[in-house]
Structure formats: C-alpha cells, structure tokens
Design a protein around this ligand. Structure first.
Ligand SMILES: [Zn+2]
Length: 185
C-alpha cells in the first residue's frame, strides 16, 4: 500500500502527464517514500476513470428518474383532479366527492365515467402514448387486474382505482419499468 497523498498526487498529475512523467515527478516530490511503479500508476488512472464514469452515470439516472417520476405524479394528479381527489366511500356503493365546493353523491358508474373523461382530457393535453404506454405501464406493475384489462378494472373497481392513483401521487415512486425508464438502473 502507498500513502494516500502519493496516490492523490499521482491522480492529479496523470491528467496532463504521461505515466512515465508522473513516476519521475513522484520520485522528485516523495524521494524518501516507497513509490508506486508505472503499472500501479496506470491502474490507479484506470480505476479513477471507471469510478468517475460510474458516478456520472449514477447522477444522470438519478436526475432523469426524478424528472420521470415527477411527470408520472403530475399525470396521477391530473387523473384525480380535485373532485376524484376528494372521493370518499360513504357506504356500500355510494361515493361522495366535492364538486364545485360541496359534497355530492355519485354511484359507481358515474365514478367510472369521471375517470374515463379525465383520461380523455389527459390524452388531449399530453399524448395517449404518455398516458397508456408510460403511466399505465407503471400502474400495471401495481395491480394484476389492471394489466389484464385496464378499462374493465375502472368499470368494475373505480374506487380501488382512484385509491391506487392517490397512493401513487403521494408515494411519488413508481414500480416496474416503462419504455422511458427501462434502460436505467
Ligand atoms: Zn417509467
């Protein structure tokens, strides 16, 4: 093992010197110390390069993943809107939500219609690709029934659907992969 200060100095010098020059310079600066040979200096350079590359890749993925999740959260919030965001299941198949400032009751099929019309709205603001191929791809990793038949799930279980979307909007973390994030790890 070599003292850290020698390794640190070698990595500083290697940026604009050859391995041979680094060795010569180290010999001048650290005359009393045991010096690394040229192979060791070369290996340090390679390791430092690989480490820097890894760090850049990690920073890239972290930044893009944050932006991707933020967009998915935006879609989840658009899908809920204020009305579905306030949804409560009062009893049985009666649901209540706040519409224009007051509580109104909705039945199950009305909920389904609201969800569907919010989907149409999102697809008109964004693209249907962003909704179905990106957002829904992540939803499918949360629920097997959604994976089997997205619209059937909304029709059969609108409350469960709203609750799932609400959970994701708060969790801000999405499982699985979509075409946007499948390459990142
Ligand atoms: Zn994704």
């Amino acid at each position: 093992m070599y003292p850290d200060k020698i390794k640190k100095r070698a990595l500083e010098l290697i940026r604009d010197h050859s391995v041979r020059q680094v060795y010569t310079q180290l010999a001048k600066e650290f005359s009393a110390a045991k010096l690394p040979d040229e192979d060791t200096i070369k290996r340090w350079e390679d390791e430092a390069g690989a480490q820097a590359l890894r760090e850049r890749q990690e920073a890239y993925v972290k930044e893009h993943k944050q932006a991707h999740f933020a967009q998915l959260v935006d879609i989840a919030n658009m899908l809920l809107g204020e009305e579905l965001g306030s949804l409560l299941n009062v009893k049985g198949e009666t649901y209540s939500l706040i519409e224009e400032g007051r509580w109104v009751d909705k039945d199950k099929s009305e909920l389904t219609t609201m969800i569907e019309s919010n989907i149409d709205y999102i697809c008109s603001i964004l693209t249907s690709w962003e909704f179905f191929d990106m957002f829904v791809k992540h939803l499918e990793h949360e629920n097997e029934e959604i994976k089997q038949d997205f619209y059937k799930y909304i029709k059969d279980k609108p409350l469960e659907f709203v609750n799932l979307v609400r959970t994701l909007a708060q969790r801000k973390v999405f499982k699985g992969k979509c075409p946007v994030c499948e390459e990142w790890e």
